[in-house]
Design a protein around this ligand. Structure first.
Ligand code: NCD
Length: 337
């Protein structure tokens, strides 16, 4: 694909070579993200950040990534603070906001809404999550993390064994991740969910068409045995008709240290797009895993900044200029890990 000037709406836009290119740029962003150097390559550029659904990581890491490249961020959060609450259409909003920004990232509760917005936008638009449909930048940072975690365990992506657990019906991150994994070869994918929350057939077909072995089960213990990665997800309460309906499934698959020890191989990596639901009745990923070195969830959220910096640098076509606009850091930067 051509990154420069493109919208990023779906993982289906990517080929394997595009992913490799993006990851190489993400690697090159490390010194800036880690505050060894600063760069002002996007000096003067404006990111329009529009989040019409709750977001912590995606919103802040997109904003930080843009700031780390020297650009500025203008934010709208929630319908109540935008003219959409006055009945303005996505088309008009896109026409107006694209006049104020050089690039836009948007999250919206309706499937395909970001594509509709992008069609009317005069600048590139990145999908920060559209309903239960897709979350492409999350899938990219997930795969970037998987690659690093596997490399640390002397393994390769081809032949990966991964379990995706939880709400596979409404979870957009697992939809995008599955599409991305379909670019690789010889995977074994265990899909662990209650029957009513199973992976959409179209996504399962994409995995099968890539030649991957797909197993579907509603038993956590069998699903997470013999895998390299367990990718846990939250019940997407906001997509259910009522809270009571979500309660039927909440807490159904709880991974904690004793379940991990009893069922997983010793080096199995634990991932989650976050937020994990830490309320009493949920706890799909227990806090007693916090000291488990295989818990990769915060390495995953850190990687989001690198991958989002790479997306901006590629779409705004400044990859080759980043170093030329670099300078030393003036402040105390040591971080505790
Ligand atoms: C995910 C999302 O919004 O789809 N969060 C995120 O962006 N990291 C997952 C979720 O909310 O459960």
């Amino acid at each position: 694909m051509q990154f420069a000037g493109s919208h990023i709406l779906s993982i289906s836009q990517f080929e394997r070579a595009d992913v490799e290119r993006l990851f190489a740029v993400a690697d090159a962003m490390r010194p800036y993200a880690h505050r060894e150097r600063i760069t002002r390559v996007l000096d003067g550029a404006i990111l329009g950040s529009m989040f019409f659904e709750p977001s912590t990581r995606t919103r802040i890491s997109f904003g930080s990534a843009f700031n780390l490249l020297g650009g500025e961020v203008r934010e709208t959060t929630g319908f109540e603070h935008s003219a959409i609450a006055k009945g303005e259409s996505l088309y008009d909003t896109a026409r107006v906001l694209s006049g104020y920004s050089d690039i836009i990232v948007m999250r919206h509760p309706q499937d395909e809404s970001v594509a509709e917005f992008a069609a009317a936008s005069r600048v590139p638009v990145i999908n920060g999550g559209d309903g239960a449909n897709e979350h492409p930048s999350q899938a990219l940072l997930d795969l970037y993390t998987i690659r690093y975690e596997l490399a640390a365990r002397a393994r390769d992506l081809d032949g990966l064994r991964i379990a995706m657990v939880g709400d596979l019906r409404f979870g957009r991150t697992v939809h995008s991740l599955s599409k991305l994994l379909s670019l690789f070869r010889g995977l074994r994918v265990s899909l662990v969910s209650p029957e009513a929350l199973s992976m959409p057939e179209e996504v399962v077909e994409t995995l099968r068409a890539a030649g991957h072995q797909v197993l579907q089960t509603d038993e956590l213990e069998t699903g997470i045995a013999d895998v390299d990665i367990v990718y846990s997800t939250r019940i997407q309460e906001e997509r259910f008709a009522s809270r009571e309906e979500a309660d039927l499934y909440r807490g159904r698959f709880r991974l904690n240290q004793s379940v991990y020890t009893a069922n997983c191989e010793p080096n199995t990596v634990i991932m989650h797009p976050l937020p994990r639901d830490s309320r009493e009745g949920a706890r799909e990923l227990d806090t007693d895993l916090n000291d488990n070195p295989n818990l990769a969830i915060f390495r995953q959220s850190d990687n989001g900044v690198l991958v989002r910096m790479a997306l901006f640098a590629l779409i705004l076509d400044v990859v080759d200029q980043v170093k030329g606009h670099a300078a030393p850091v003036n402040w105390y930067t040591e971080r505790r890990f």
